[in-house]
Design a protein around this ligand. Sequence first.
Ligand code: ZN
Length: 408
Amino acid sequence: MQKTKLKAYAKLIAQKGANVQKGQVVWITASLDQPEFVEMLVKECYALGAKRVTVDWQHLPLTVLDSKYVTLKNLSQVEEWQKQKMQYQVDNLPVRIYLESDDPDGLNKADQEKMAKARMAQYPIRKPYIDAIDNKYQWCIAAVPSIAWAKKVFPEDKPKLAVERLWSAILFTSRALGNPIENWTEHNKNLHSKCELLNAMKLRSLHYTSAQGTDLKVGLLPNANFLAGSESTLGNNIEFNPNIPSEEVFTTPKAGAAEGIVYATKPLSYQGVLIEDFSMEFKDGKVVKVSARKNQAQLEQMVSMDKGAAMLGECALVPQDSPIAVSDILFYNTLFDENASCHLALGRGFSNCVQNYEKYTQEEFDAMGVNTSMIHVDFMIGSDTLDIVGTTEDGKDVQIFKNGHWAI
Ligand code: ZN
């Protein structure tokens, strides 16, 4: 890919994505396969005045080895230095940038069950640190193509061509061609105006139906808003774009208020395993039955990770003409695939969707119905036949989506 295009993309991530401010500390998490791009990104962060940029290098095969050779007891431990690292994050709120490039099948050979158990054991120790920084720091997830990922998306191509094609797809769908900064200013404006329309309706539930057989009613929180695009940090009010790309308009639904059945319209890549052709049945807000043509066991394990894993934490609206939907590529990566289509997520909800969320405690969020869980997993339900009808506070029905497109 042309250097100038990559440089503009790196600038987009540092400036519009993370919005690095003068004097801030930046932590980048990246995989070993993309040193040139990481160097460009670090440079852009310094150009914006970062005080110190640190890169946490990761390598999926090492995670596989850990899952094989480290005992469950040791894998479940949060070491003292890791706690200190998290405490540093609480005290200093470094900007976080995550560059995704991993092989979607990279964890196939890992001991999934052991890893899931270790995550469960670590979670209560990590949670207070996670809660303490929630909504207070800028972060951004963006993607760069590795050979393994590119070969998964374009299996018929030679590695070099596959990587080039994936770069093109990433830059196109991330609105990073032409003038990326201007594109995103415009894009944020459009997304925010959709939110205003929806929030003014005072919707209390969404009813999803489709030709696939989806017939699901999801309750919404009276004091939760739809959000999209850029957000702002609590405290110093710095605007940032947590996801590049991002096409979704989303809210946090009422945990415990979902009835009916929903059919996924795309495979779900979860912990390196692909779950295909699946559906879920909800009763009293909880998943009571799942079925999948492939990897049903993985799906069952996912919904039983904890109490909140069987309840909804996100309703997201994405029209079928988003650049990602138009590209018609299955990326095997949620950052992209979630923006191709309307989706729901099981697990953790978004407390920052609640109006004046800074005034509430975690217990109050729990009580009002913002779901909590160690997982947050999106799955796609959008299609050309998906209709969504919202019901307002005073019982009026409003068509929100018709045949996969905005109806408002
Ligand atoms: Zn989403």
